[in-house]
Design a protein around this ligand. Structure first.
Ligand code: C5P
Length: 309
């Protein structure tokens, strides 16, 4: 560690805390192109950050360890990605100061909304900024990719095309279609394992990426976005394997959603709306049926304005 870092680290005494938000994402498209030799699947997916977030409070401790306390007790363990992210940073700089991570979860868990990946990216960014660590973007991206395929996206967030196993990010300008100004997220009452969903994906569900290409082109040109171009290669299998998700999809359509799609490996479904009152009305109808439904919107986490078209 250099003297400069030492000087900065001395400012952060045991007991000082840093609060930060960690946002969820949806997958506007997710094309699985095929299976790779390393067991992962080759993807093209367009992801967008949404205004649904967990809150993290990082506190420096005198113990030489990282501990997480989560509002969902089943996540308070050292395999939690936030602990692995913090340990990675501490190891890289041979830091001995300990860290307590308090994690208030609002993003549903194992839901296809990237909550765990977002939490890990948030810890990397928070420690880099708070402790002013000389971590370059390539360093951060490599650390993020080693934690999980979705983690690199969350280092910047916003709107991006993600390729490879999901870790190769091309940021897009923050333009978003007006017809998707409001988003309902419906989380069926089950958790789904990403690994299981990918493992049971038949080759007949692979695509050549044309849907992602069409949506990318429309977003880049601020042209018409056709809702029928929204596609998720994992959706057919998830709807077949988990009837609760298929029922929830029907319920959303019956309640007035113009279109419904699975986010990531699910089971969360999202539906876009141009008008807030329509979205709120549909949310109310679904909540009356006992569904867990969030009303949210696309955002850029760094406060950048989104222009709608
Ligand atoms: O990268 P991550 O650990 O989040 O991925 C979880 C699991 O999902 C992987 O172990 C793999 O089984 C599957 N996966 C995949 N192809 C991808 C991303 C994830 O097969 N592109």
């Amino acid at each position: 560690m250099s003297h400069a870092q030492n000087a900065v680290l001395q400012l952060n005494k045991a007991g000082s805390s840093y609060f930060v938000r960690s946002y969820a994402k949806i997958n506007l498209t997710l094309d699985v192109l095929g299976k790779r030799a390393d067991g992962y699947h080759e993807l093209v997916t367009i992801m967008q950050t949404v205004d649904l977030y967990d809150t993290l409070c990082l506190t420096i401790t005198e113990k030489d360890c990282v501990q997480v306390i989560c509002s969902r007790p089943e996540l308070s363990h050292e395999e939690n990605l936030v602990v692995r992210a913090a340990q990675m940073v501490r190891r890289s700089f041979s830091l001995t100061q300990g860290l307590l991570i308090e994690l208030y979860k609002r993003i549903p868990v194992a839901a296809g909304l990237g909550g765990g990946s977002s939490n890990a990216a948030t810890v990397l960014l928070a420690l880099q900024q708070w402790w002013r660590l000389p971590l370059s973007l390539p360093d951060m991206l490599a650390m993020a990719a080693s934690l999980g395929s979705d983690v690199p996206f969350f280092l910047r967030g916003g709107l991006a095309v993600c390729e490879g196993r999901g870790e190769r990010i091309t940021p897009l300008a923050p333009h978003w279609p007006t017809k998707m100004r409001w988003l309902l997220l419906l989380k069926p009452a089950l958790g789904v394992s990403t690994a299981t969903v990918f493992r049971s994906l038949p080759a007949s569900d692979y695509t050549n990426g044309t849907c992602s290409q069409a949506v990318h082109t429309a977003l880049a040109a601020k042209g018409q976005l056709h809702l029928e171009h929204l596609h998720n290669s994992l959706e057919r299998g998830v709807l077949e394997q988990y009837p609760e998700v298929a029922q929830a999809r029907e319920a959303l359509l019956r309640a007035g959603a113009p279109c419904v799609q699975l986010s990531g490996s699910g089971p969360t479904l999202f539906a876009p709306f141009s008008l807030l009152d329509t979205a709120a009305h549909v949310q109310q109808r679904l909540r009356a049926q006992g569904y867990e439904v969030y009303l949210t919107c696309a955002i850029h986490p760094n406060g950048v304005d989104i222009s709608f078209f």
